[in-house]
Design a protein around this ligand. Structure first.
Ligand code: IPE
Ligand code: IPE
Ligand code: MG
Length: 233
């Protein structure tokens, strides 16, 4: 039996290239990407994954054309509304990672409501990394820590202390990070938490990623030897 990773993170990349390959607009790629996200949430839940973090929009993605950004935000809203019944049926809890303060007010509200509506569910947790950047999360964490210790000085800071200031301190670190569309980089995803994550890269563009591809990643993960800096056993 291969081990199932408790926490899987996915860098859902390649929507634009998927569309270009077909002579379509980038927005069409995002639309298909949403279908893939739904597919993979289902596959992960069925596989027994406990936490699934989906990299949906980075702190750097604001650099894109305004109409593309607006389209992605509208899709997120539609997703949050449209999937609520599915979450209820499957007891899936929605959470957010990233800077909610930097999101358009209507999206932040929708996200907050989806998190509140599902907070009692004890099935898989889906963490939407939205307006998320690993560096930004660490800097915001440092600010929270300094504000809490104001007056008393920063004192000693250990790794375990700092974790409390991350966006979701109770989550275990990701065991496996999947990236689609062949790119071999983190693009600012879970920098702190992903220190010892196993990486798995698929050449497929995100809209083409299937439940079987996800299962193949899990199977690969089951064969990895994780040493955390220790020596071979
Ligand atoms: C991922 O696909 C979606 C987001 C980053 C929001 P891209 O839009 O980055 O697609 P490519 O990388 O241009 O193909
Ligand atoms: C990473 O993809 C961000 C998301 C998938 C949301 P990008 O397309 O933004 O990353 P780069 O620009 O190729 O590094
Ligand atoms: Mg990309």
């Amino acid at each position: 039996m291969s081990a199932i990773p408790a926490h899987v993170g996915i860098i859902m990349d390649g929507n634009g290239r998927w569309a270009r390959q077909r002579g379509q607009l980038r927005t069409q790629g995002h639309l298909e990407g949403l279908k893939a996200a739904k597919r993979i949430v289902k596959a992960a839940s069925e596989a027994g994954v406990s936490y699934l973090t989906l990299y949906t929009f980075s702190t750097e993605n604001w650099k894109r054309a305004a109409d593309e950004v607006a389209f992605i935000m509208a899709l997120v809203k539609q997703y949050l509304r449209g999937e609520l019944d599915f979450y209820r049926e499957n007891r899936i809890r929605i959470r957010h990672a990233g800077d909610a303060g930097g999101l358009p007010a209507d999206i932040a509200k929708e996200l907050r409501e989806a998190c509140e509506d599902t907070c009692g569910f004890t099935g898989m947790q889906v963490i939407l990394a939205l307006n998320y950047g690993g560096r930004d999360e660490i800097i915001r964490g440092i600010r929270k820590l300094l504000a809490e210790r104001a007056g008393g000085g920063p004192g000693e800071i250990r790794e375990a202390d700092f974790r409390r200031y991350l966006d979701n301190p109770d989550l275990p670190d990701p065991d496996l990070i999947i990236r689609t569309a062949g790119e071999m980089r983190t693009s600012n995803f879970l920098l702190w938490e992903g220190a010892y994550a196993e990486y798995w890269v698929s050449e497929k563009f995100w809209p083409d990623f299937t439940g079987d591809d996800f299962k193949a990643a899990l199977a690969q993960f089951g064969k990895r030897e994780r040493r955390y800096g220790g020596a071979n056993s």
